[in-house]
Design a protein around this ligand. Structure first.
Ligand SMILES: C[S@@+](CC[C@H](N)C(=O)[O-])C[C@H]1O[C@@H](n2cnc3c(N)ncnc32)[C@H](O)[C@@H]1O
Length: 189
């Protein structure tokens, strides 16, 4: 279950910033359901769009190899401060205050041209069709040929666009989460 401090920081940021789009972090059940699609035995560059207070990041850092890299791209300044504090001692992590839409420039600044995995819980439904399309295209472009886009969303609106951009898409439901309407997708390039 999410901690009380985690939930309180979500509620505060949710009130001030519509893009936060949740009143509590994802459950450990959802985190495990999504992260089982990552091969942690291999060195990898992993990007997360919208890490919030870092529940996915914490799990990924516990499992990824010492020579892997985790790039956290978060639009909310309060969450960025929190993530920087939590990961300050881990040289495998790069925290970026910015938008997922700028993923190409953000990776170029890090000298990275392709990555193995991109996770995302940002509210795609807040983007108009053109913005969604552009973000899916950019995401597809920066993934390696065997890369995966791992997405979780409240509703099923992303399934069709994912199927149009990616060669293979697996969908699962996770009810043990707030809200209990979560869909998780493994989209392979
Ligand atoms: C629903 S919360 C999910 C947070 C966390 N990943 C979790 O599962 O608990 C969405 C997060 O995405 C961030 N966000 C929303 N739109 C974004 C964007 N375009 N680029 C980067 N972060 C964004 C919000 O600030 C928030 O932290």
């Amino acid at each position: 279950m999410p901690t009380l401090t985690g939930t309180l920081s979500y509620i505060k940021n949710f009130i001030q910033d519509r893009d936060v789009a949740a009143i509590t972090p994802s459950s450990s059940f959802l985190v495990e359901r999504v992260c089982k699609w990552i091969d942690f035995s291999e060195s990898a560059t992993i990007v997360e769009y919208g890490p919030g207070n870092g529940v996915f990041g914490e799990y990924i850092l516990d499992h990824m190899t010492d020579d892997s890299t985790l790039i956290l791209i978060e639009g909310n300044g309060d969450f960025v401060d929190d993530l920087e504090e939590k990961t300050a001692d881990d040289p495998r992590v790069v925290v970026v205050e910015g938008l997922a839409q700028n993923v190409k420039d953000i990776l170029a600044e890090q000298g990275i041209d392709e990555v193995g995995y991109i996770l995302s819980g940002i509210p795609f439904s807040f983007l108009d069709d053109e913005e969604q399309e552009a973000l899916l295209e950019r995401t597809h472009d920066v993934l390696a040929d065997d890369g995966k886009f791992l997405v979780y969303q409240n509703y099923n609106h992303l399934e069709e666009p994912l199927r149009q951009h990616f060669s293979e898409v697996t969908k699962e439901r996770e009810f043990r989460n707030i809200p209990p309407t979560m869909r998780a997708y493994e989209a392979c390039k």
